[in-house]
Design a protein around this ligand. Structure first.
Ligand code: ATP
Ligand code: MG
Length: 776
């Protein structure tokens, strides 16, 4: 333990050694906040605090996993296993499950994602016969989300004339009723949406003092990372839980508060001192992440903001190269610049793809980057956007699985009741819905009693409904004893989903089947993992919880070497040697929608500060003079943020004059005056398929070192199979466990297992049929 503490600087050590009482660490980017939090937890445990009594809240589950792994290294994995670490949503979903009955919910409640919520709201708007152009489902959902995060319940809404008036003024006088219907509909379905996970936790802790006392006694030490981005609902939960022991340690950076649009409240950090008695405040000033050039440039940016705490950030790192600024004619050209720079850097400096990140303000900007990277055969991964689990074919399977766990889940039922087509038409579904509303029961319950209710359905239809109910019930029986993989495999076949997809022989149809196989692979990996780690079955319910709460970054399960593409919001807390911040243009960044007030502009500036401070060694700022936006070619001006950086930190790769638009120009990029067309031709034409992946495309089959199948009768879904090349001594990468060395191999064919010593987590035996391993 001492060894880890001695690796900290003096300022970092103090908050680690300060065991009790409320404390706040406010510090700039890259100063070791997350590291301090990690070591602090290990040190608490070293001093005899039981892991069971520590709660740690992080921005992503991935961050939590990484912290846990580090803590395991220090205090041992059997100890660290019991730590409660994760996002607010995942931790409180877990608590809500065990206390659900108090709130009238089943413990197997479904967690709705935003697609489900939107579907429910659209249904309500339709039932209420409202105009969808006025009552836009997305807007309605975002308004409801705001209510929930501010703890405004339906009742509170109807008691607040101001809120009602505001909605009436924006031509939505029936907002309150929609809110009411939405809440009722979720309740009836045994479902909570994302915001409910916080709202209901608050309800639980306020309405049931004994429950509050139980968790207060349990979580004697509470730690929160990225505290600047907590919203009101999260703030209240933390306050309530820490109220008894007041051992609360929060870390954050007011300069990185970037979620105001989602209700995050920077005052939570600014007012912390007032909220608790005898708060100890710690400041970290030394940045370990970035070159001096980047740190000092970032300081000049944030200095422009009026609302901020005074902080000093400096670094002892070398000065490093200046921030490179590049202008191009179009967004396509911008993409080419980024791709060719990455290509060059990889060649010249032996860099890997994973050392580069491309950050942008909006998801839509990824397309031009993708095109350019693909042309250069540079593998990349997009984070965010439509996630794997939201693709249609995957969501269809998941909705069947949701019904297995919770047959009341209405959104899931509606989605699959007649898919694949089984002759249960819209009229029948409408009749069922009316009956369900009438009897205040779920649609599934109505279906279970279809022979006893007179809905004027013909016997054929009744039979079809009965068949559906029987099918779901048969799945439930199987689910009692089998693991998540078995039941998913069974469901995807027995429902006819796979058969249905097989009818479509187009490449898109094939891709969908591959996606389902990919899902099965993921589940297999999950069940194996659960078995290895906890000796648990790897149940469907556990898997579904993982899926429901995965954040966009958590889908980063692949260990392949790829350039990372993501929005700046998602990049919070991460670091990369080279960072491109693209689309540095007025109206894009700062966003046209966030320039009307000073506070909005300041938030954009903080976002820029976050973007720049992700870079360790080299940052690039690029902008285009014109780009396609909303299908139209639009002219653009360079972002004011570029000019706000002191010129001494910048190197312009292209002349910075702004009257360029009227001159014919020869574009120079990294290649300077060299004729680029020749350069492009000089590159050998590639005959291999591109090694890229996006959320919308299937994984290219042949990854360079991907191991190939050996067993012809392996179950469907096991795409990454084993070939006999693996031998003891090989260094391998595993999706979940990371790097390890093969110690021993045993078994033959489909039963072949490898004993692998992983750098983190120790020795594990993996069934090679399913283990996703790459030899490195
Ligand atoms: P952010 O504000 O972006 O979340 P942070 O303050 O949480 O940043 P960390 O991610 O904890 O900063 O640390 C930034 C980098 O500096 C990490 O790579 C970390 O390992 C390294 N680092 C932190 N403290 C030290 C130290 N005392 N010695 C060496 N490296 C350090
Ligand atoms: Mg951090």
């Amino acid at each position: 333990m001492q060894q880890y503490i001695s690796q900290l600087n003096e300022a970092q050590r103090e908050p680690v050694l300060q065991k009790d009482g409320p404390m706040i660490i406010i510090a700039g980017a890259g100063s070791g906040k997350t590291r301090v939090l990690t070591i602090r937890i290990a040190y608490l445990m070293h001093q005899g605090i039981d892991a069971f009594n520590i709660l740690s809240l992080t921005f992503t589950n991935k961050a939590a996993r990484e912290m846990k792994n580090r803590i395991s290294d220090i205090v041992g994995s059997s100890e660290a296993k019991n730590l409660w670490m994760g996002t607010f949503h995942s931790i409180f979903a877990r608590i809500l499950r065990s206390e659900a009955d108090k709130l009238g919910y089943p413990s197997n409640f479904t967690i709705y994602d935003s697609q489900d919520s939107l579907r429910a709201i659209s249904g309500i708007i339709k039932e209420m016969q409202l105009d969808r152009d006025v009552y836009k489902p997305k807007q309605i959902l975002s308004r409801i989300s705001t209510f929930k995060n501010s703890l405004i319940t339906v009742k509170a809404y109807f008691n607040d004339p101001d809120l009602q008036e505001a909605d009436a003024m924006s031509k939505k006088p029936r907002m309150g009723e929609i809110y009411q219907n939405y809440v009722d509909r979720c309740f009836k379905s045994g479902a909570m949406d994302f915001d409910d996970l916080l709202l209901k936790t608050n309800e639980l802790l306020t309405r049931f003092p004994e429950v509050l006392a139980k968790y207060q006694n349990r979580f004697r030490y509470i730690l929160v990372d990225e505290y600047q981005d907590t919203n009101h609902s999260q703030y209240l939960i933390v306050r309530a839980l820490s109220d008894k022991f007041q051992n609360i340690c929060v870390v954050g950076d007011d300069a990185q508060s970037i979620y105001a649009f989602r209700g995050a409240n920077i005052n939570n950090i600014l007012n912390f001192q007032k909220d608790y008695q005898g708060v100890k405040t710690f400041r970290l000033e030394q940045n370990y992440r970035s070159s001096r050039n980047i740190v000092e440039a970032a300081n000049t940016i944030i200095d422009k903001n009026k609302t901020k705490l005074d902080k000093v950030v400096w670094t002892a790192n070398e000065f490093g190269p200046k921030i490179k600024v590049h202008r191009s004619l179009t967004d396509a050209e911008e993409g080419r610049f980024v791709a060719s720079t990455i290509f060059e850097q990889k060649m010249q400096n032996q860099m890997t793809n994973g050392q580069f990140a491309i950050l942008y303000r909006t998801n839509a900007q990824s397309r031009a980057m993708e095109d350019a990277l693909r042309k250069r055969d540079i593998p990349y991964r997009i984070y965010g956007g439509l996630s794997f689990y939201q693709r249609k074919e995957i969501k269809d399977v998941l909705c069947y699985l949701r019904l297995v766990i919770n047959p009341k889940d209405e959104e899931a039922l509606m989605r699959v009741i007649n898919y694949p087509a089984r002759g249960i038409g819209d009229t029948t579904v409408e009749k069922l819905t009316v009956a369900a509303n009438h009897y205040k029961r779920s649609i599934f319950e109505v279906m279970q009693n279809i022979d006893r209710i007179d809905l004027k359905l013909n016997s054929g239809t009744k039979q079809k409904l009965n068949d559906f109910v029987t099918m779901i019930q048969s799945f439930q029986v199987i689910n009692e004893n089998q693991d998540a993989f078995y039941i998913t495999d069974h469901v995807s076949k027995k429902t006819g989903l796979v058969q249905e997809l097989k009818k479509d022989a187009t490449p898109e149809g094939m891709a969908k089947i591959q996606n389902i196989e990919e899902l099965l692979n993921g589940i297999k990996d999950f069940t194996e993992g659960q078995r290895e780690i906890d000796g648990a079955r790897g149940s469907l319910a556990e898997f579904m919880e993982d899926v429901a709460l995965a954040t966009d970054l958590d889908k980063d399960t692949s260990d392949e070497d790829r350039v990372a593409l993501m929005t700046i919001h998602l990049a919070k807390g991460l670091e990369f040697p080279h960072v491109f911040v693209v689309g540095m243009e007025e109206d894009l960044f700062p966003s046209a929608m966030s320039m009307s007030t000073r506070s909005e502009l300041e938030e954009e500036r903080r976002l820029f500060y976050v973007a720049l401070t992700r870079a360790e060694h080299q940052a690039y700022l690029t902008y285009a003079q014109s780009r396609y936006r909303w299908g139209k070619l639009t002219d653009s001006e360079p972002s004011r943020f570029i000019e706000e950086i002191d010129g001494q930190f910048l190197e312009y790769l292209t002349p910075a004059e702004s009257n360029y638009r009227f001159k014919p120009m020869i574009d120079k990029d990294v290649f300077g005056d060299v004729d680029k067309s020749k350069l492009r031709l000089a590159k050998p034409l590639s005959t291999t398929p591109p090694k890229y992946i996006t959320d919308n495309q299937p994984k290219p089959e042949a990854q360079i070192r991907k191991l190939k199948p050996v067993s012809a009768n392996a179950p469907s879904g096991a795409a990454n199979l084993f070939d006999n090349k693996l031998t003891a001594g090989n260094i391998v990468m595993h999706e979940r466990f990371g790097r390890g060395q093969v110690i021993n191999l045993e078994g033959v064919g489909a039963d072949k297992k490898a004993e692998i010593k992983f750098e983190v987590g120790g020795i594990k035996k993996l069934l090679l049929r399913f283990a996703k391993l790459d030899i490195i």
